[in-house]
Design a protein around this ligand. Structure first.
Ligand code: SF4
Ligand code: SF4
Length: 103
């Protein structure tokens, strides 16, 4: 698996998927970390990052320009969904292709 992608020069996955997770990962639940004010409900048990439940998703926590220089502004507090997506995995490659970035 190719893993030499630099996420800080990419951000494609933060601007391609609906980034959803169990509601209890938000910080208005005990032990939650994701800032609740940056999320929206998508059902009784799930939330997503604001900006990603859209035809042209872009997470509200993503700063910078996709494909150039980006940073997650809540990196230490991001959801398990964000943590599980790995550079070079299938989702990564799909998002990079969508944004016209090399795979
Ligand atoms: S699409 Fe891949 S390389 Fe780009 S930020 Fe996401 S995990 Fe990193
Ligand atoms: S919370 Fe951070 S890592 Fe997760 S989608 Fe948003 S910008 Fe990307």
């Amino acid at each position: 698996m190719k893993t030499e992608f630099d996420c800080q020069q990419c951000g494609a996955c933060c601007a391609y998927f609906r980034v959803s997770f169990y509601w209890g990962e938000a910080d208005d639940a005990p032990g939650g970390t994701v800032p609740a004010q940056l999320t929206e409900a998508i059902g009784p048990l799930r939330r997503c990052m604001q900006g990603t439940n859209s035809k042209q998703p872009r997470c509200v926590a993503l700063g910078g320009e996709v494909g150039r220089e980006v940073a997650c502004q809540i990196y230490a507090h991001r959801s398990s969904t964000c943590q599980e997506l790995m550079p070079g995995d299938d989702k990564c490659l799909k998002a990079r292709r969508h944004h016209g970035l090399p795979v």
